[in-house]
Design a protein around this ligand. Structure first.
Ligand code: NAD
Length: 372
């Protein structure tokens, strides 16, 4: 067997997403025939102890409390950023300057201007980039897109999308990096996913008008005081798509009771699709071509007929999960680095989402439709 070239990862951050990325690397290597062999090289976190513990648990060979140390190491090919939002730009730009490919969690940057700088720097350096929009990697999302593009729903008239969770619903929970005006807020954090799904399914959004609301105006600062909240808890927008469809999205982190409501509905002249992230292995399809008296949403369950589900499981309906979507994202990214296809969601794509977020925020302040 010929040996595959190595792809060495330097991971920054070992929290929720750091772990999800490690699952992604490990699983992708096992279920896909990748053109490169992934090597977990160095893990960086804020203290030596935290980095060493996570490096041990996750299977990295080295640990550091100074992420910059990884930049000069010629053995490392990819810098993977799962640190707080406000650090993404500084880390990504330093990695690009050092000639590393960059995998970065969303939101890509605090502003569209920052995201543009990042995308341009990477493209000029000929480096491959990836932003963490893992929900797009769901085989059922791909199926929905195929059905829409094949005309199975007829002319698409209407779209509703949202991403709602409740991890900020308790006003007593403290200020976090997600409340930092640099890259924070529910629209940037969760609405970004809803926007990415909307454009993935229906194509470009042409105009937006937003309503961004701060419902909890202050939070404990962790030092016995309170800190004012400047970012939105709910970010909504009406959308006009280039294909003529009318739509809406919502990013909401105070949706009490909701844990993973990454949902959409698409309505066309011949049929409708309904999906919820809380049941991510199901897509519901309604067809007006069914006989009268027999119409209703039919449940399509994820199966080997829906690539790449079959790489994970030979049996239909046995279901894949959140971390598996990261593995699919990783596989696409590794293929792109090996020059076998395009990145699943490059920094240029991340810039587009950042632009939409910013224009929705702007239109919320001006109460006017904005072209994007
Ligand atoms: P987290 O708080 O769980 O983890 C952040 C990690 O970064 C921690 O290990 C922290 O110690 C480390 N860190 C902080 N500053 C650092 C520094 N200067 N150097 C090195 N390490 C540092 O946060 P999280 O929930 O994992 O979120 C991280 C990123 O992932 C955010 O940008 C968030 O928006 C994104 N995210 C994406 C998804 C998704 O589905 N794509 C889901 C959740 C979070």
């Amino acid at each position: 067997m010929t040996e595959k070239p190595k792809l060495s990862i330097g991971l920054i951050g070992s929290g929720f997403m750091g772990k999800a990325h490690v699952f992604g690397f490990a699983t992708a290597q096992k279920v896909f025939d990748l053109p490169m062999e992934i090597e977990l090289h160095t893990l960086a976190d804020i203290t030596d102890a935290a980095a060493a513990r996570a490096a041990h648990d996750f299977g990295f060979a080295h640990a550091t409390s100074n992420w910059r140390e990884m930049l000069d190491n010629p053995e490392i090919d990819v810098i993977d950023i799962t640190a707080p939002n406000a650090l993404h730009k500084e880390m990504a730009m330093a990695a690009i300057a050092a000639g590393k490919h960059v995998y970065c969690e969303k939101p890509l940057a605090p502003s569209a201007l920052d995201a543009a700088e990042m995308a341009e720097a990477a493209e000029q350096a000929g480096l491959k980039t990836q932003v963490g929009f893992n929900y797009l990697c769901n085989p059922m999302m791909r199926l929905a897109k195929e059905m829409i593009e094949a005309g199975e729903l007829g002319e698409i008239r209407s779209y509703r999308g949202l991403h709602a969770e409740d991890y900020m619903a308790n006003a007593k929970d403290p200020f976090t990096f997600r409340h930092d005006p640099a890259g924070g807020g529910a629209l940037a954090d969760l609405g970004s996913h809803a926007l990415a799904t909307a454009e993935y399914l229906l194509g470009p959004i042409r105009e937006v008008i937003g309503d961004c609301v701060t419902a909890i105006s202050q939070r404990p600062d962790g030092k016995g005081g309170q800190k004012a909240i400047k970012v939105d808890d709910i970010g909504r927008a009406f959308l006009r798509f280039a294909n003529g469809a009318s739509g809406s999205i919502e990013g909401n982190w105070i949706a009490t009771g909701r844990k993973m409501q990454h949902d959409f509905e698409v309505h066309g002249s011949k049929g409708g699709l309904v999906f919820t992230g809380e049941r991510l292995n199901e897509l519901h399809f309604y067809s007006v071509e069914d006989a009268p008296g027999r119409r209703g949403f039919r449940k399509i369950e994820a199966a080997p007929d829906h690539p790449p589900y079959g790489n994970f499981c030979v049996a239909p309906g046995h279901q894949i999960g959140f971390n598996d979507l990261k593995a699919i994202e990783v596989a696409g990214y590794v293929n792109a680095i090996a020059r076998q296809g395009k990145e699943p969601f490059s920094f240029r794509d991340g810039l587009r989402i950042q632009t939409l977020v910013e224009q929705i925020q702007k239109s919320s302040a001006t109460n006017a439709w904005i072209s994007v």
